[in-house]
Design a binder for this molecule. Sequence first.
Ligand code: DGL
Length: 272
Amino acid sequence: MVAAGSAGAERPIGIFDSGVGGLTVVRAIEELLPQEHLVYFGDTARAPYGPRSVQEVRRFAFEIMDLMAGHDVKMLVIACNAMTAAAYEEARDRYGVPVIGVIEPAVHSAVRATHNGKIGVLGTPVTIGSGEYQRALAATGRGVEVFCQPCPAFVELVEAGDLFSEELIGLAEGYLAPLMAADVDTLILGCTHYPLLKGVLHWVTKGDLELISSAEAVARDVYARLVSEGLLRRVAELGTRRFMVSGDPGQFRAVGSRFLPELREVEAVPWR
Ligand code: DGL
């Protein structure tokens, strides 16, 4: 076990993803926990993770969690489905701090939301290929039917700031057609970049499907764990925010500040 430093509620929460997608989780955590100090890392130099192997994503996840442990975080939030699929189980006992993933919260929200028991999952190729959503949905024991769809092109478009092009709409129509033909009534956005595509996804599905993003459920889990572990920061003033990326800070700020306006300073922390 790698000790993560001194105890105490004043330490920051560490949140990380391959890029801007994890900011959707930051936004939800800020809504419930504005007083918490947050440290964010986006591995933009190595994004997208989607086409990589589970082994490689696992290695990246532990490199980032080691980096976060160096910032004396009191909790690790894996704001990435690919890294949750590849490393969550192993990470849970390794850092001496609570570790929160994004797959279980999305699964529980989806099972609660579905009326016809048919759930679609959109994700990156590595997440869908890992089988973790299929396993977690089966483990609920609710007998739901699961239809998974890898969406290999979405993350790169979002990282480039494209949330509305004709190309994007065409891709969304292609990815969603088999799920709509299967009559799913609930769609898990199994990548933290995809809530940024809710506009196009609602448009293509004609508003007929319940879109499940894990961000809000993850924020509720974070709140509950902070309380149960005695780590909640109980002060009235806003917490500090620190954003770091392994790639170009300007590109990250340009895209991320469109939905997280407080995102101004971004530090470059290149891998050596
Ligand atoms: N936001 C990451 C996820 O939730 C995207 C992974 C990628 O970079 O492809 O899976």
